[in-house]
Design a protein around this ligand. Structure first.
Ligand SMILES: [Zn+2]
Ligand SMILES: [Zn+2]
Length: 275
């Protein structure tokens, strides 16, 4: 795990940057002029986004349902592993879920940054637009409510947790209980991802949050700043960022883009502007 936590060489450059060379300057230079002229603090658009009533209902209802389903999934899968004397698997599930959550979140983030457009049906407004707007106005996320930052992920996670609970009901297989515990904890990590992402952009975090960031249990701000710095093509993982050094080293996302290009699927983003 320590190898995964090591910063890549270009991050050292980020850390050695003088205060006058703040990495956010790179983002600020790309801000549309009207917002700069309006005298708003850098990184904020000043625009309030509104979901449709149906989407707002889904965000709120699934944000309530998520913990309601999360607790019995964890309880019954733990209980099953305990009965089968496989409790050691539960200890393995926790770090595995954090790594898988970081990977799944990174994959979705890369996809939203790289493919489709804000006008794409279904995913355009709900998924692509928030990610791409975030590169122009990175601090808007600090003004968003809890439901607006976790709601979209809860909409996807709730059906998964429902299916897990059903499988726990119909099967008493130990490995299935382990898989369900991993899936449930991974779903929680992905739901929490945008909270960790918000903290990475937020000033004056509490001592507890800063401790979590310093120990790299959640996304560390300077580590995430690499994503907001040219060439804007790295550090897509934003749960805790553990996988970023490894994925950068093996060129994972560039290779994935090359594979998709073989099938005629081209990227839709100018990586310099990210819009
Ligand atoms: Zn991004
Ligand atoms: Zn960000």
């Amino acid at each position: 795990m320590s190898a995964l936590l090591q910063d890549p060489p270009y991050l050292e450059n980020e850390q050695n940057r003088s205060p006058s060379q703040s990495p956010t300057e790179t983002v600020e230079t790309l801000l549309p002029k009207p917002h700069v002229a309006a005298g708003l603090p850098s990184g904020y658009s000043g625009i309030a986004e509104h979901s449709t009533p149906a989407h707002t209902f889904l965000e709120h209802s699934t944000s309530i349902l998520f913990p309601v389903l999360f607790i019995p999934n964890v309880y019954f899968s733990f209980d099953r592993l305990y009965e089968l004397e496989l409790l050691w698997l539960a200890a393995l599930a926790i770090p595995l879920a954090f790594i898988l959550g970081d990977f799944v979140g990174g994959l979705v983030h890369w996809m939203a940054d790289t493919y489709f457009s804000e006008d794409t049906p279904v995913v355009g407004a709900a998924l692509i637009k928030p990610f791409r707007q975030h590169h122009i106005f990175p601090r808007d996320i600090c003004t968003h409510t809890l439901v607006s930052i976790v709601g979209n992920v809860c909409i996807l996670a709730v059906p998964v947790l429902l299916a897990c609970l059903y499988l726990l009901w119909v099967s008493d297989h130990g490995l299935l209980a382990f898989a369900i515990l991993c899936t449930t904890l991974m779903a929680a990590a992905t739901v929490a991802t945008n909270i960790f992402h918000k903290w990475a952009h937020q000033e004056n975090n509490s001592l507890g949050v800063r401790l979590l960031q310093r120990t790299r249990l959640v996304l560390e701000p300077r580590h995430h700043q690499v994503h907001h710095t040219e060439p804007f093509q790295m550090h897509y993982c934003i749960t805790n960022g553990w996988l970023n050094p490894l994925l950068n080293k093996i060129g994972f996302f560039r290779k994935l883009e090359a594979c998709l290009r073989l099938f005629g699927i081209e990227t839709t983003t100018d990586h310099r502007l990210k819009v």
